[in-house]
Design a binder for this molecule. Structure first.
Ligand code: ZN
Length: 161
């Protein structure tokens, strides 16, 4: 168990597409959960701690209730881009900034657990937003990349302050 340093944007590793996980990722996932809880986050993707792998951890309930740690290996999203909702998102790699991001309000996610068993789940609400944010990280995207240019410029200015 250890808390890992979190990379901060614009570290170039946050803009790279990650590789599929092929080996055992249990140790990394445990460290990422420790890191996420220590940083008071609800999601953390492997590239945020410098591992360029398609893996993220999430716990959308621990701030208001019991801990429910989840690990998603090689996730794939099925998203219908017919409807969007605006919601506020923060990112552990862009501390101090919260941006309103438009995203589809529901997704189907397929992923492997740490034993290699494949799962599928329909998600809505904050969980749907969170998994889209984390899968973006695996594709080299951060919240800034989801903003219109003028909004992005303002947010980057706020962040630089
Ligand atoms: Zn993030």
């Amino acid at each position: 168990m250890s808390v890992l340093p979190i990379l901060r944007w614009p570290d170039p590793r946050l803009s790279r597409v990650c590789d599929p996980v092929s080996g055992d990722a249990a140790g990394l996932a445990a460290d990422m959960l420790d890191t996420m809880y220590a940083a008071k986050g609800r999601g953390l993707a492997a590239p945020q701690v410098g591992h360029m792998l398609r893996l993220f951890v999430m716990d959308v309930t621990w701030k208001t209730g019991a801990k429910a740690p989840r690990v998603f290996v090689n996730p794939e999203l099925e998203v219908s881009y017919t409807r969007f909702e605006s919601g506020e998102e923060a990112c552990l790699s862009i501390p101090g900034v919260a941006a309103r991001v438009n995203r589809p309000p529901e997704v189907v996610i397929r992923w492997s657990d740490l034993d290699g068993v494949r799962h599928e789940e329909h998600m809505t609400g904050f969980a749907a937003r969170c998994v889209q944010h984390e899968v973006d990280h695996l594709n080299g995207l951060v919240i800034f990349d989801r903003l219109p240019p003028d909004h992005r410029a303002q947010m980057e200015k706020d962040y630089a302050r």
